[in-house]
Design a protein around this ligand. Structure first.
Ligand SMILES: Cc1cc2nc3c(=O)[nH]c(=O)nc-3n(C[C@H](O)[C@H](O)[C@H](O)COP(=O)(O)OP(=O)(O)OC[C@H]3O[C@@H](n4cnc5c(N)ncnc54)[C@H](O)[C@@H]3O)c2cc1C
Length: 197
């Protein structure tokens, strides 16, 4: 029986585990998810506020010693937009070190370090996949996890956190999905950028 069971072992699931262990150290926290997937991991750029959050979780040293500092955005402007072939441009960059740090992180080493810290701080980590969720309506919630070796395990928890990202495990199960009225994806295409000059 856990107090808190987090479904999904991506960065959000592991941040949630670290946060709850830090501020509610008596809670028994379990994370169910797989860390050995060969999926691309995106999201390397921290802003000042997220850096502050990570420092609060005790990750300051990791950030400073193992990741790259960011010195704010640099913008390049054409001198005259009506002359697209003119190679001249001006550079507008942060004049000095920003007052609050932020970082570009290597997600593979960062995520591995976060999981290691969580285990060290008493988070139970189950390598596997959630295959069934039965909400308790007052009683403990029941979750079935299939471990990497195929074995099934039944788990109980007072609270659940759905951190399954775009899979949206609970939202799908509860029929909370709705079609967005507008396109919300953004695509960065190098060729399109090149054709702007
Ligand atoms: C191109 C791109 C660039 C981005 N750049 C940035 C950036 O620079 N900075 C930034 O802060 N953010 C960035 N983001 C956003 C950021 O990547 C996401 O917000 C973040 O990765 C979401 O993390 P997550 O843990 O919620 O989801 P995910 O990383 O998707 O993790 C969900 C986890 O749940 C697991 N899971 C799913 N189903 C189950 C199940 N049934 N049982 C157990 N586990 C399950 C999945 O395997 C996965 O490990 C970017 C996103 C994109 C697409």
């Amino acid at each position: 029986m856990s107090d808190l069971l987090i479904m999904g072992s991506g960065v959000v699931g592991n941040f949630a585990a670290a946060y709850f262990r830090r501020y509610f150290p008596t809670l028994r926290v379990t994370v169910v998810g797989r860390s050995d997937q060969e999926l691309p991991i995106v999201g390397e750029s921290l802003v000042e506020l997220s850096t502050h959050f990570l420092q609060d979780l005790g990750l300051s040293r990791t950030l400073i010693e193992q990741h790259l500092p960011k010195y704010g955005l640099t913008y390049y402007y054409k001198l005259d937009a009506s002359r697209p072939r003119d190679p001249g441009y001006v550079v507008d960059e942060a004049p000095s070190n920003p007052p609050f740090p932020s970082f570009l992180i290597n997600r593979f080493s960062f995520d591995a370090e976060l999981r290691r810290l969580n285990r060290q701080r008493g988070v139970r980590c189950i390598e596997g996949k959630v295959t069934d969720v039965s909400l308790g309506n007052g009683a403990p919630h029941r979750v079935t996890a299939q471990r990497a070796d195929g074995r099934e395990e039944s788990l109980e928890a007072r609270w659940l956190v759905d951190a399954t990202g775009r899979r949206r495990l609970l939202a799908r199960q509860l029929g909370l999905q709705s079609q967005a009225p507008h396109q919300r994806s953004a695509f960065w295409v190098p060729d399109a950028c090149a054709s702007l000059d």
